[in-house]
Design a protein. Sequence first.
Lengths: 536, 318
Amino acid sequence: MTDRRNGTSERTNGLGIMLGIVGRIQRRSALIWVFALGATMLGTAAAVAALYDTPAKIHTYAEAVTSGNALVAINGKVEGIDSLGGVIQDEFGFMAAFLLPLLGIALVARSTRREEESGRLELLLGGRIARHEPALAALIVATATIAATGMMFAIGLAVSGVPLARSMLYALSLAGLAFVFAGLAALLAQLTRHARDVYAWSLILLAASVVLRGVGDVTETWLTWLSPLGWAEKAAPFGDQRWWTLAIPLAVGVTLSGAALRLAARRDLGSALVRGGAGPEHASAWLRSPIGLAIWIHRPATLGWFAGGALLTGAMGALTQQALDAMVGNSAFAEAMGITHGRPLDGFVAAVQLYLAVIATGYVVQAIGTLRAEEADGRLETRLSGTLSRTRWLASHSLVVLAGLIVIVLGCSLVLGLATAISVGDMAEFGPTLSAGLAYLPAELVLAGLALAVYGLRPRMFPIAWAGYAAVTFIAFLGPGLKFPQWVLDLSPTTHAGNPPEGAIQFGALTITAAVALALIVMGFAAFRRRGVPQS
Amino acid sequence: MIDTQPVIRTEGLTKVFGKVRALDGLDLTVRPGEVHGFLGPNGSGKSTTIRVILGLMKATSGRAELFGGDPWRDAPRLHRRLAYVAGDVALWPALTGGQCLDILGATQGGVDERRRADLVERFELDPTKRVRDYSKGNRQKVALIAALAADADLLVLDEPTSGLDPLMEQAFQQCVRERRDDGVTVLLSSHMMGEVEALADRVSIIRRGRTVTSGTLADLRSRTRSVVHAVTAQKPDGLADADGVADYKQDGPHGQVDSRFTIDPDHLDSVIGRLHAAEIRTLTVTPPSLDSLFLRNYGPTPDPDEAARDESHTETAR
């Protein structure tokens, strides 16, 4: 009897210790997530409340976005859009669809498979910790963070004047979305060998969810119900308020988590469902060259961002005609898309190109962040102990990232041009679509330059580059729709492209943007030559 | 003509990271053709010194020369003549060991493919396995093979055998000897005395970023005390006060006299004479090991028992 009691108390103790460890590891990133997401929601809500301050204005907005399928495909089908909350849900929809799943994935992947991969988990399991407890602790901490985020959402919405019950339901539906993906990541962390694969598979499933929700909403079929994004949407916080739908993400999340815990308790440490096999004994001549190795390092991420961009531009392009139909005689819809004057078709393409610019910018910042990982993991030190100079190493990586950027921008613009042409039955827009994509290159390179400069000067400060990216994303996605003041818009280099093809490409501004980018890049190279390696 | 220019030379090297003084006036000279043991406890500045020598970091003050050149300004050219194994071997997890060998070889001055194949066999490495599936020891082997197969004049090895099993360590020592016989200079950083003692011609011991002592092993030994344990029939005469004797301890069970002490090399002969006069039953004289050198430079003087224990420990470890 006594033994058994001791056993139980030790086990509880193990979970307590594990919670302490995970909590300590995650403390900073969890706080950043909660406040960044909370602030984004509060900012969106406040801006919407200020802009749509009369029922008449809200009604015009609602009319506009529901009159075509393009926006429904992107932002989701918002029930009860004819209300302040509805407008907020619509404006926040696109960002929520990837930020909240990412919240769940990042929180769990970081404290499960990554810890196992690094060997730190082995150290803990050698102690009093039971095999399933690390995963359980990770899920508990993730759930608490998600709950805190939900609370921030509810408060932010209520403060902006949305009824409390509806605010709560909306916040809970978004928290449920994050929870499902946390459970999914926990399960994937048991099945795959590397944290990287957890991210890759989760994001693939997220992309599938986006497509299912989009197609379901546009065709108004049951397909929406297959997507976790659809479950959040069907809660209809500003429409019929279906509280019972919250049970779906809860049940699915708990089931996925339960499966993850069962697997964690039973499987061997370090094991995975998917195992790598043998490979070639020799590296090809191509892989031996600095450029070749850089291509090999950046290829997976490049393909991932390309796929994401192509998916978005292809889907948007295919809905062009519908969007145009909606705009006929409805200037409010155009306004909601950030199109204020000029030809509707140009305006539509311009809006999509801005989204693409945000994707392409994310790619360059992430790709340059990879260099930091090469250095922190110790590979750069070995690399530079041979005949390869620092400048050549950094130049080959920069060239490969630049080439990847051009491939993504041109490739996705091509997809957009083709999809648009097929949708409207006219090839005339093909050229301007391509050149609009290219016009954003200097702006994208400014962020690449910022990332390189931070990497060259103080790699530890790399989050500055991500903060810059977050600001660009926020301004690009919400700035035009929410009518930010011009000086705020001007902070983002994407603004200076001149919103092509709706606006004329601003060659003067582009030259200045390019010069800024070049200066930052040169600064990054110069600083990198002067500093010690490795610096983590 | 013999090339007498040092392969590596540092003078008064300092390196400051923020408030931490990692190197504090470090002097190191590595001559052509020698295996130079670079000893120091963890955190004493071995890896930082190596990074400065390789031009990966810039010294705060002092001079560092590699093949007579400035490594900070001329790293890629100077690196053509050397191969380096980092303390923490990091490779690309998704590549195979063989691919990593080729990539590492590509930026070295040149690779002897036959020697590489031979080394792969001797170290029993499976080059078709992915790096992520290797154990720590196997990852270490990849880096070692790449360095040992390189057509280099200098090998810089930073704690190269951490993670290797004793058998592989033997293989490693054999390979280093072969490379030295080919005329290659080796800088071997380590905190494993046995390894350095087995391989090094000369040794530099550092502590807190400063060179404490350096010289040939024989040199260092002659400056250090041997440990003596003698059992004699009678009490040796005036041993406790004899010149050069320290740490004297004596007890006399079963009608014999058991004496333990340390002695400096110059007075060994006269002390043995005194022991002889007291009728020696058993006598062990343990020459100073690198361990005791090391401990002498780092801690309080070890008492004879401890020194003797450390000695045996080194012996088994070897």
